[in-house]
Design a protein around this ligand. Sequence first.
Ligand code: PEP
Length: 250
Amino acid sequence: MRKKIVAGNWKMNLTVNEGLVLIEELKKEVSSGIMADELIVFPPYIHLTAMVENAQNEILVGAQNCHQEENGAFTGEVSAHMLAASNIGHVLIGHSERRAYFNETNDLLAKKVEVALNASLTVVYCCGETLPEREENRHFEIIKSQLTEGLFHLTAEQMANVVIAYEPVWAIGTGKTASADQAQEVHAFIRKLVYDAYSTSIAQGVSILYGGSCNPTNANELFSKPDVDGGLIGGASLKAIDFIQIANAY
Ligand code: PEP
């Protein structure tokens, strides 16, 4: 059975103290039981060690990015190995904001994925089309190239440590959610691509999360779809009550 995962991308939000308060609130809820198998938060780099110490493995902690090289003269950057050495278990790769504002291409992301897996991190690899791409009915083609060029160079063994997040760019932070049927259609397409590139067991084992204005009101319908294994949540992950409601929306 693949894992049900709810993950929160804090982006560039919350001070360290605000983050610690949120972690405490989440821990209280997790200790009384949630429906998701895993709850992961992705705080800004500077908060990672404080959050991982306080989360005590009840909540998993990941980074929002890592550099594509193992080490070296890359001022301001953080390597996958440094994250792993600080007990960070997950990393987001290919978020649409990184693709759009930091010019991250599929080729670059392929390197990041490789270096992260070599450091024993679990990768949450994001894909998704923009509004013009959806309107031109090119979303399947775009997602296929994001996965083929950024992810499918991995071995089957490496793929076991990858989670895929489908995040239509037009739904991120806009309050516009993909309908549950639209999400299911793309998730089933992604699972078929994984099957074609690997095998039935890899395709059935990979968790595929939906992201894009997911909230306590729409999570239930989205998560009821057979190929939607959870969510990558932005805005609604900053409030414990909303995030926990989403983690219970199965
Ligand atoms: C995201 O940035 O990954 C995201 C899904 O954001 P939001 O939930 O705010 O749309």
